[in-house]
Structures are given as C-alpha cells and as structure tokens.
Write a protein that binds this ligand. Structure first.
Ligand code: CTP
Ligand code: MG
Length: 217
C-alpha cells in the first residue's frame, strides 16, 4: 500500500512568521493539517508520516519523525519510518491547497505509464530567460516545453530509495526528489497540476492561500 510523506521541517525563513512555516495558522488551523486532510481522503494511502521541525509535534493520527537539515534529508527520514510502503507520495506541507484528486491522478499515472516517478506540474506562464551573473541575457527558453514543478511527487519505492542514497551535500542542493530520481537514471513523468496548488513561500502567498481556502468552504 501507499504511504504519504509530508515534509514540514523547514524553518520558513522567507515567510518570516516567527515559527516554522508548516505550523503557521492558515484559515484557522496549522498549515500542515490541510495537506494531511487531503492525504487522508485518498483510499490508496494507508499511512501518513510528517517530518517535523524541532519543537513541534505530529497532529493526531499521523506518525511524526524529526526532519533533516535539508528538504531531501527530511524526505529520507520520513521514508525510513515506513519500510514497507510502495508506492510513496512525497508532498510539501507548504502546498496546503493540494487536493485528493490530484494525488489520485499522480498515483494512477505512476501505474499506467510504468514510470519511476510522476510529478504534478503547471505550464509556465511567464517567458523564461537565462542570464549571466551580470544580468546579460544568454538565451530565451521555449516556454511551450517548460513546466513549473509542484508536489505531490509519487515514486516507486526502489527508485526513491536509490535516489536518496547520495551524500548529504548532493541532497542539500536538490530542490525536489524527482531531480534525484532523474539523475539516477529513472523515468519521471508529468501530470498537470492546477495553478491553485501554489507553494506558500512569501507572506503574499499566505494571503492568497487564505482566500482560496475560504472560497472552498
Ligand atoms: N522542508 C523540510 N526540511 C527541511 C527544509 C524544508 O521538511 N530541512 C520542507 C518545508 O517544511 C516545506 C518544503 O520542505 O514544506 C519546501 O521547503 P520550503 O518551501 O523551502 O520551506 P522552508 O524551508 O520552511 O522555507 P524557507 O526556505 O523560506 O526557510
Ligand atoms: Mg527552504
């Protein structure tokens, strides 16, 4: 059966709320609880692990583990708590607007495409340019092929274990797990995720998430 690993151990420096981001109040409850609810509503998921920052406890009904020094190290710590789970759903607590439907779509795609990993992603709306350190533009990328990658990201267990079996410095440099799976030679596919599945990074994102969650009720 599948397990969900929710990484919630980050400090939330850019949000600057004075406490770890995943435990900041959002529409009346700690942010991480929105993601836990979405995972609970997926039948295929029978265990939920949350990687925690120092000083915070796991909400009732989920397994808590101490997070690591980097995001991927937190994923690795959570994965070790569910030794038999396969496949594995990885999700950032910083994406509280995730829906059960999106998680189910990602799990279904993992089966039907026989991939090692499937990631939710939205088409990039802005034109993207690569520039040198001096601000000089080097190239303009073909936007029609670009995706802004989100979580959930779902993986076959063996592929994720192998991808995370790297030195801490390499894990610390990775901004998602799929990139580590790709580097290890794994096949990763995309499922379209709604732009509403935004990541709360800055204070403005928290305001937008509040509005969207209020609209849902
Ligand atoms: N995360 C984690 N363990 C870490 C770092 C990050 O579990 N050592 C989690 C965060 O809690 C978040 C997700 O990874 O749910 C994405 O990270 P990010 O948005 O960067 O959150 P923070 O690291 O908390 O924020 P900041 O970088 O602004 O400090
Ligand atoms: Mg961070």
């Amino acid at each position: 059966l599948a397990a969900a690993l929710i990484v919630a151990a980050g400090g939330g420096e850019r949000l600057g709320a004075g406490r770890p981001k995943a435990f900041v109040a959002l529409a009346g409850r700690p942010m991480v609880e929105w993601s836990i609810d979405a995972m609970r509503a997926v039948d295929a998921i029978d265990e939920i692990v949350v990687a925690l920052p120092p000083g915070e406890r796991a909400p009732a009904g989920v397994t808590g583990v101490p997070g690591g020094a980097s995001r991927s190290q937190s994923v690795r710590a959570a994965l070790e708590a569910v030794p038999d789970a396969d496949p594995v759903v990885v999700h950032d607590a910083a994406r509280p607007l995730v829906t059960p439907r999106l998680i189910e779509r990602a799990l279904a795609a993992l089966e039907s495409r026989a991939a090692d990993g499937v990631v939710a992603a939205a088409p990039v709306a802005d034109t993207v340019k690569r520039a040198g350190e001096d601000g000089g533009v080097v190239e303009t990328l073909d936007r029609s092929r670009l995706w802004a990658v989100q979580t959930p990201q779902v993986f076959r267990r063996a592929a994720l274990v192998r991808a995370l079996d790297r030195p801490d410095a390499i894990l610390a440099a990775a901004t998602d797990d799929a990139s580590l799976v790709e580097e290890a030679g794994g096949a990763v596919h995309i499922v379209p995720g709604p732009p509403e599945n935004l990541k709360v990074t800055e204070p403005l994102d928290l305001e937008i998430a509040e509005l969207l969650l209020a609209r849902r009720r």
